[in-house]
Ligand binder design. Structure first.
Ligand SMILES: *[C@@H]1O[C@H](CO)[C@@H](O)[C@H](O)[C@H]1NC(C)=O
Ligand SMILES: *[C@@H]1O[C@H](CO)[C@@H](O)[C@H](O)[C@H]1NC(C)=O
Ligand SMILES: *[C@@H]1O[C@H](CO)[C@@H](O)[C@H](O)[C@H]1NC(C)=O
Ligand SMILES: *[C@@H]1O[C@H](CO)[C@@H](O)[C@H](O)[C@H]1NC(C)=O
Length: 407
């Protein structure tokens, strides 16, 4: 009787996987089963190290995200302007740009202790050096045919189109020969050039495809093609822009609901361009009918705060993770939530780390996590954000890189 209770307790705790357990002189084989996690993964910061600024000192770059491609990191950023030589002024705004950073031999980001003077580099502070071509027109993510080409600034100067990436490229395939395929969804934002007033509150979304064969030359960027300028039409949920994760043969794509909430779609990873292959998570089930942007039944509770951040899958923790900013917030306060599956249940987001802020109107934003910078044995996460300063304090955007180790 007592032995039976003991076995029941052992099974309940799921501590043994197909391992023989001995009791009462009998060997009992416990059927192999996935460990049922009794409590969700809840990483806490043990320590945080401000490592460097991520920068090409000749460029002022806003809101960068990153992905691993070949043996480098590709960074895609929003507004990028070029330093006027020997000044701290930057001219001409490109709505997006891309650049590379290197890894060290041991797999850590290749941080250098000093660098050329410019954006985020006074010549004495550490930098993770971005390489790659000067931004050019057409843009890395080209504007649509109706978007005041080629810069996006319209002729009367009062409005502009911004091909601002919200998430870095999502890699879907690496071929035998090393050629990488990736996709990105970008909102077709049309806004006032003087403020941040949005003229299309529920814009359509462009799907871009990238292909890249790793090349020793850092001036070679992935080749970008526009798959569909309105893959998601105006007033539809912009699945993929809020974040995405490729796992178990599927691409999981998160998009914001209006007025609030986070929705989820999935598609087999080889069928990104085929809208008929998409499924949508509504009322806890996968359905083939796309929900409306205001359908509260499409909300996945706590799958991010709706602030900017990054979704990823942690092999180490066997858990989905989202790290990003609270909403609304203008501070470098990184919140975290986790889930055993892309659909949830997601834990209530809690504060993981607070970083130093700028002193401008928007002191900190575009909070991002960079899971691909981790080595297998690193238990923690690399984080970046954009620090924005008053022009009298600092004239460039600054992107600090922090490593937060977990308890
Ligand atoms: C980033 O750049 C700014 C401006 O040069 C500098 O004040 C700051 O110390 C740098 N941060 C790091 C972590 O190097
Ligand atoms: C690499 O393989 C891909 C997919 O199999 C193919 O489309 C591409 O042409 C190849 N590229 C090179 C440089 O061989
Ligand atoms: C990275 O890959 C490129 C292209 O395959 C190769 O030329 C280069 O030597 C590699 N660099 C390192 C540090 O492995
Ligand atoms: C959602 O939007 C549609 C179209 O604008 C509208 O007809 C409907 O009433 C809205 N539903 C809710 C729940 O707000």
């Amino acid at each position: 009787m007592q032995a039976k209770r003991l076995l029941a307790a052992l099974l309940a705790a799921s501590v043994a996987h197909a391992a023989p357990i001995e009791f009462d002189d009998n060997k009992v084989f416990v059927v192999s089963q996935k460990p049922v996690s009794t409590s969700p993964y809840k990483p806490q910061a043990k320590s945080a190290t401000l490592l460097a600024n991520v920068t090409d000192p000749d460029l002022s770059r806003d809101s960068c995200g990153s992905v691993k491609m070949g043996n480098r990191t590709l960074w895609t950023c929003r507004d990028t302007s070029i330093r006027i030589p020997d000044t701290d002024q930057y001219g001409f705004v490109f709505a997006n740009s891309a650049g590379w950073t290197d890894y060290r031999q041991d797999g850590a980001p290749d941080i250098q202790t000093t660098g050329p003077v410019g954006a985020g580099s006074d010549g004495t502070n550490s930098i993770l050096l971005m390489k790659g071509p000067r931004p050019n027109l057409p843009l890395f993510y080209p504007l649509g045919s109706n978007m005041c080409p080629t810069s996006g600034i319209c002729i009367d100067g009062t409005t502009r189109w911004t091909t601002w990436p919200d998430s870095p490229p999502m890699v879907t395939d690496t071929a035998q020969n090393g050629t990488i395929t990736a996709y990105t969804w970008v909102s077709n934002n049309h806004m006032s050039s003087t403020g941040l007033e949005v003229l299309t509150p529920q814009p359509s979304t462009t799907l871009y495809k990238m292909t890249y064969t790793p090349d020793a030359n850092t001036d070679v960027l992935p080749a970008v093609t526009t798959v569909d300028e309105a893959f998601w039409e105006e007033h539809e949920i912009e699945y993929g822009t809020y974040g995405n994760v490729v796992q178990g043969g599927y691409a999981y794509l998160y998009g914001l609901l209006q007025p609030g909430g986070v929705a989820l779609a999935r598609v087999p990873v080889g069928s990104i361009e085929d809208e008929s292959q998409y499924e949508y998570y509504v009322r806890g089930n996968w359905a083939t009918t796309k929900p409306a942007i205001n359908d509260t039944a499409a909300a996945v509770p706590n799958a991010g705060t709706t602030g900017q951040g990054t979704f990823y899958y942690s092999e180490r923790a066997q858990s989905y993770v989202w790290i990003g900013q609270a909403s609304p917030s203008i501070w470098a306060d990184f919140y975290v939530t986790t889930a055993p599956s892309a659909e949830g249940p997601w834990t209530t987001p809690y504060l993981l780390y607070s970083g130093p802020n700028g002193d401008g109107d928007l002191p900190s934003y575009s909070l991002q996590a960079h899971p691909h910078l981790l080595r297998e044995y690193d238990d923690g996460i690399y984080l970046t954000w954009t620090q924005y300063f008053k022009p009298s304090t600092y004239t460039a955007y600054v992107t600090p890189l922090v490593y937060v180790s977990f308890v």
